[in-house]
Design a protein around this ligand. Structure first.
Ligand code: HEM
Length: 418
């Protein structure tokens, strides 16, 4: 465990801490003793053509209670997504900041409202319902293959594959190119993991360039031959009477590629892991004594695949009694909010029938996750397909976790269906 220097406490800012699991006991302590508290960031090593560099972020306020995460998410005038982007790591250069601000997630009103409007209709429950047959067919086929093989890695064979296949259908990307989407998101989200991004700044930039080239070719093709997919729609979409620029289009595309596959992958893998570890809850699901919708939301809460997003204070203000200065970094820990005993009874327990379940795993406020219905839908489809085999799904080796302070992810979960 990577600790805070001079204490026995795990360092919640360090990506390596999470290789051993989310430090829930530390988050419980923070909620109790210091719900909004300053965190010094660790020194991290990066690589580039010009050699090794060490970087240290400027520190941030960690927000850990449900009430404070909710409040900061809603006070968008005080806590901005656009000022320095929605990610914990500060943009390295002014050009990086400009690029980050072209991501929907890193915009403020009114631009955020205008751009988000372009795609909201694609993600309504009704529109997602229209994808149901395709999602169910993919889930059934993946489970059928896994059962036939007997041996599987839950992460690569099931959890990664389903969102990639669904995303290809949604975006209109050939299914055979899904490994590209997989590699790009591994490199970007897994930037800190030695096996994926490895802290290599040049490789990170190359991944952007590669994904953008692909997106621009796709856009040109769809402008010439429009189809009924999301890419065709974005390629000709106009905001305030003008088309999205190439760069705006590419950033939107990349956000969908990363947000649409990585998150759901970790939700599915984390959910199956939790169910294997908790036969009592697994049996409730198999017996059909809990509604699927409630079970899915409880798994989303329990796993909380995205652990945090960031805001920046726009002025001197306060949050939960803590003074915060203009331009301070403020990090909203959904993973902690979702285990706040002030809101959830026995928060560490998986209770598939939990109701109500006001978790914040998809955020809250104007940036509420666009893909929430789709993600829930994918997990439900996979659970339905695997349900008859769930009691015979067993671990055959240790899980390997992603080194990331952003997503709660598994890289490997070796298993058998006996
Ligand atoms: C379990 C799966 C998922 C989780 C846990 C998750 C989590 C989140 C969270 C916490 C936010 C809010 C960010 C903020 O407040 O700064 C968000 C936003 C977003 N999500 Fe998801 N997400 C998931 C799946 C998806 C999927 C499947 C898609 C698309 C196909 C998607 C697309 C987006 C987009 C575009 C935004 C930005 C919305 C905005 O800024 O207005 N997400 N997501």
């Amino acid at each position: 465990m990577t600790g805070v220097p001079g204490t026995a406490r795990p360092d919640i800012a360090h990506p390596a801490t999470y290789a051993h699991g989310v430090p829930h006991a530390e988050f419980a302590r923070r909620r109790r003793d210091e719900p909004v508290a300053w965190v010094d960031e660790p020194l991290l090593t990066r690589h580039s053509a010009s050699g090794r560099i060490t970087e240290r972020g400027r520190g941030y306020w960690a927000v850990t209670t449900h009430a404070a995460v909710q409040e900061a998410s809603r006070r968008t005038g005080d806590f901005s997504s656009g000022r320095a982007g929605a990610f914990l790591v500060d943009p390295r250069t002014p050009a990086d900041l400009r690029q980050t601000r072209q991501l929907l997630i890193s915009m403020d009103a009114p631009q955020h409202v205008r751009i988000r409007r372009l795609v909201t209709s694609v993600f309504t429950p009704r529109a997602v319902g229209g994808l149901a047959d395709g999602v169910a067919a993919h889930a059934t086929e993946l489970v059928r293959r896994a059962v036939r093989a007997g041996e599987l890695d839950v992460v690569t064979d099931l959890a990664a594959e389903l969102p990639l296949l669904v995303l290809c259908d949604l975006l209109g990307v050939p299914r055979t190119d899904r490994h590209l989407l997989y590699r790009w998101s591994n490199h970007l989200v897994g930037f800190d993991d030695p096996e994926f991004g490895g802290g290599d700044v040049d490789a990170y930039r190359r991944t952007f360039a590669e994904a953008f080239t692909y997106a621009l070719e796709l856009a040109a093709e769809r402008r010439a031959h429009p189809r009924a997919d999301l890419i065709s729609r974005l390629a000709v979409a106009e905001v305030d009477g003008r088309r999205l620029s190439d760069r705006e289009f590419c950033m939107f595309w990349l956000l969908l590629v990363v947000a649409g596959n990585e998150t759901t992958r970790h939700l599915i893998a984390g959910s199956l892991s939790a169910l294997v570890d908790d036969p009592e809850q697994r049996d409730r699901l198999v017996a059909g004594t809990v509604p699927m919708a409630a079970a899915v939301d409880e798994l989303v809460r329990h796993v909380t695949p995205i652990m945090q997003f960031r805001r920046t204070a726009t002025r001197d203000t306060e949050l939960a009694g803590q003074p915060i200065a203009a331009d301070d970094k403020v990090v909203l820990y959904y993973t902690s909010a979702n285990r706040d005993p002030a809101v959830f009874t026995e928060p560490d327990r998986l209770d598939l029938g939990r109701n109500p379940n006001p978790h914040l795993a998809f955020g809250i406020g104007p940036h509420f996750c666009l893909g929430a219905h789709l993600a829930r839908h994918e997990l439900a489809a996979l659970l339905r397909a695997i349900l008859p085999h769930l009691p015979s799904l067993v671990r055959t080796g240790p899980e390997i976790r992603l080194e990331s302070n952003f997503v709660n992810g598994l890289k490997s979960f070796p298993a058998q269906i006996r």
